[in-house]
Design a protein around this ligand. Structure first.
Ligand code: ATP
Ligand code: MG
Length: 255
């Protein structure tokens, strides 16, 4: 049996398309025949609700898993989407930051919790909150690969070097195998000069790392979550569905 490849989607900047990317890449990987588990480690629970799972009615979530109250297997939920399961989160996870401060193995709790599931999935995608706190650290310690969704804005580059510094520390201290799988450009507008400039700058430093498909703005991508569906199920023939499907195929080549 092969082990799942675990990929964290992280960027400490808010609103760059992390959750949108996780939901839609996961759905496409499932459609492509891969067994996928999505782990939501953001107290906002956007990925959880993006799959139509209510944040309010959860009896146990990834929070209970991190504090050792339940197992990842018992907390995982199936979805109506092909080959796709979810380990949900809700606002209760906001307490984890505080509660884990004094805990043993606080950086590797997610890795340890997911390890018994590794043979049941082909891919485990982890959606991180917009910070470099203990939840994102747990995701990066658990992960084989990192995908950084980012917008082509000037400040994105500064944020990126800060993130890569944290990644370096995590590699050194906890997870030497962690690799940058790719940078995914989101909400791209090629007609803006600034976007093109930032893209050129990015290519200087991360040439082979940028996904060849950039995600442009597409209204279906912003509508789909309110229907609790990945865009593939909401509107299969939309531009957003096609773009994320291409990214998922590219991901299969990258890791
Ligand atoms: N390609 C796109 N086209 C149109 N809207 C998009 C696109 N990508 C993301 N959005 C919208 O932008 C907003 C932010 O996206 P998203 O929630 O995925 O970002 P995030 O990085 O997960 O945010 P946070 O840091 O708060 O977790 C959402 O309202 C989402 O629907
Ligand atoms: Mg998010």
């Amino acid at each position: 049996m092969s082990r799942a490849k675990i990929i964290a989607f992280a960027n400490q900047k808010g609103g760059v398309g992390k959750s949108t990317s996780v939901v839609n890449i996961a759905a496409s990987l499932g459609v492509l025949g891969k067994r996928v588990l999505v782990v939501d480690v953001d107290p906002q629970g956007n990925t959880t609700s993006g799959f139509g799972i209510s944040k309010k009615t959860q009896t146990s979530t990834v929070y209970d898993v991190l504090i050792g109250r339940t197992s990842a297997r018992d907390t995982t939920q199936s979805t109506p989407f092909e080959n796709l399961s979810v380990l949900p989160a809700n606002i209760s996870l906001a307490g984890a930051e505080f509660e884990l401060v004094m805990a043993d193995n606080r950086e590797s709790r997610l890795r340890d919790a997911l390890s018994p599931l590794a043979e049941e999935y082909d891919y485990i995608l982890i959606d991180c909150p917009p910070s470099l706190g203990i939840l994102t650290i747990n995701a990066l310690v658990a992960a084989d690969g990192l995908i950084i969704p980012m917008q082509c804005e000037y400040y994105s580059l500064e944020g990126l070097s800060q993130l890569m510094m944290s990644v370096k520390q995590i590699k050194r201290r906890y997870n030497p195998a962690l690799t940058l799988t790719g940078i995914l450009i989101t909400m791209y507008n090629g007609r803006l000069n600034l976007s093109a400039q930032v893209m050129d700058e990015l290519k200087k430093y991360y040439a082979g790392k940028i996904f060849s498909t950039a995600i442009t703005r597409n209204v279906k991508l912003s509508e789909a979550p309110s229907f609790g569906q990945p865009v593939w199920y909401y509107d299969k023939y939309s531009r957003g569905a096609a773009l994320y499907h291409d990214v998922a195929k590219e991901l299969l080549q990258r890791i």
